[in-house]
Design a protein around this ligand. Structure first.
Ligand SMILES: [Zn+2]
Ligand SMILES: [Zn+2]
Length: 81
């Protein structure tokens, strides 16, 4: 299971914001490989460098994903290959 993303943040709100931001860029004809997603830490990261949580569906940058899952991406990969 993943960890809470913070008391003041609601996962549903974050997903809503992230989805809205992606469709706004698509409307502006931003090519898919340049589409960015805003992480909960407010960093703007290209979508293919973001990690989507399997449980809460929120996108996280690498640093936040590691915090959110309670393990590093390397540990996760080692356990799932
Ligand atoms: Zn999660
Ligand atoms: Zn982040």
């Amino acid at each position: 299971m993943c960890l809470d993303i913070g008391n003041s943040v609601n996962a549903m709100d974050v997903i809503h914001q992230q989805t809205k931001f992606i469709s706004a860029q698509q409307k502006d004809d931003v090519p898919m490989q340049h589409v960015k997603i805003r992480c909960v830490c407010l960093k703007l990261v290209k979508w293919n460098y973001m990690h989507r949580c399997l449980y809460c569906s929120v996108f996280f940058c690498k640093t936040c994903a590691e915090e959110h899952f309670g393990k590093t991406v390397e540990q996760y990969k080692a356990e799932n290959t």
